[in-house]
Design a protein around this ligand. Structure first.
Ligand code: FBP
Length: 367
């Protein structure tokens, strides 16, 4: 019997409620630990139990957020597969009129994907804050919410017209009751709880690490089944190979990189195969399954920070890769997940992939 995403999340929430995952869990529930932890010492077991119940209820909320995002992504997948057909806009926004096939349609789909995610998360009501690449400001959700969701609604959208894989990238963090919008990003990426992405490619695939590295089945992949309008579990405990024969980078930028980055990529060029789609989700998904590395190095642009956004592109992807046994750095011995961004749209360099390959780069960057 195939396991749907819904059944998987029910199972995961049960495991949390039973406490199966709590032993090694790394997540901090800012809404409870600080306030209740202190009391635990006084009330003994009662305190612990209450805290456990609070954690489990946050995990239930989180399952609801992941379900809402999956519904939005299933909708986005149906539209992306029809990209180019005149009714695309009608499906999503009921608008028709003055867009040409290229740029604007692209813009319309970015906006449409953004709106689909915000609408689903707002209707779900579990998020206090919603941060998107397509919105300058962080959107206020339910002030009672104990979670916040960050996402890039349609990553790689410049590839839609030519039918290359694009995706949605997302991450969830917990926030204390009444916390300001800055609580969403003024913290290390390691605070990310559920992370993942949806690839709209040959098939629509959701890769999910639920709550923490200790989730049932670890990093899982679900394939969208049109007939059942459901994501079906197709891979569990996804582990990135220790090393790989592929490297992925926009080599056209090499004149903008520092010498050690160039030296590493030159070494790859001499010993490995280059694969670069130019859509982060597609390039990272291939790297996760086949091994190797993906890079968007620091370069002279954007104040030396490179191109990709820390909070809703690099953090979720780095967490997926780390939880599958790989590594993600932004400099020598500098894990991406240790960065604390200054703004929600801050950029950061990224080198992720097979541990042995990224370790080699880290040593070269340190030299
Ligand atoms: P968007 O999120 O704005 O689409 O940009 C991100 C992205 O398209 C990534 O998916 C991809 O890895 C990168 O930019 C490609 O950049 P470049 O064209 O400079 O190689």
């Amino acid at each position: 019997m195939e396991t749907t995403l819904d059944a998987y999340l029910d199972r995961a929430v049960d495991a949390w409620t039973r406490g199966d995952e709590r032993g090694g869990a790394t997540t901090t529930t800012t809404t409870t630990t600080t306030t209740r932890g202190a009391r635990a010492s006084d009330d003994g077991d009662d305190g612990d139990e209450e805290e456990a119940r609070a954690r489990a209820s946050v995990v239930r909320d989180e399952a609801s957020v992941v379900r809402a995002l999956a519904r939005a992504c299933a909708k986005i997948g149906r539209v992306v597969r029809r990209a180019g057909l005149s009714d695309v806009r009608d499906i999503v926004e009921g608008k028709n009129g003055s867009v040409n096939v290229h740029g604007e349609e692209q813009a319309a789909l970015d906006e449409a994907a953004h709106a689909a995610c915000v609408e689903a998360l707002t209707r779900d009501g579990k998020c206090a804050w919603i941060a998107s690449e397509e919105s300058e400001e962080i959107v206020r959700g339910n002030p009672e919410g104990r979670l916040a969701c960050v996402f890039d609604p349609l990553d790689g959208s410049s590839n839609i017209e030519c039918g290359v894989g694009v995706g949605t990238i997302f991450g969830v963090v917990d926030v204390a009751a009444g916390a300001p919008a800055t609580a969403v990003y003024k913290r290390p990426g390691r605070d990310m709880r559920s992370v993942g992405y949806v690839l709209y490619g040959a098939s629509t695939v959701l890769v999910l690490s639920f709550v923490s590295a200790n989730a049932p089945g670890g990093v899982c992949a679900f394939t969208y089944d049109d007939a059942r309008d459901a994501f079906v579990l197709t891979r569990e405990n996804v582990k990135i190979p220790e090393t790989g024969g592929v490297y992925s980078v926009n080599q056209a930028n090499q004149d903008k990189w520092n010498a050690s980055t160039r030296a590493y990529i030159d070494e790859c060029a001499a010993t490995k195969t280059l694969r670069y789609v130019g859509s982060m989700v597609a390039d990272v998904h291939r790297t996760l399954l086949y091994g190797g590395t993906f890079h968007y190095p620091a370069d002279a642009r954007n104040g030396g920070k490179g191109k990709l956004r820390a909070v809703y592109e690099c953090f979720p992807m780095s967490a997926v890769i780390e939880r599958s046994g790989g590594m993600a750095i932004c400099g020598a011995d500098m894990p991406v997940l240790d960065i604390v961004p200054a703004t929600v749209h801050a950029r950061c360099p990224i080198h992720l992939g097979s541990a042995r390959d990224v370790e080699r780069l880290s040593r070269m960057l340190a030299a």
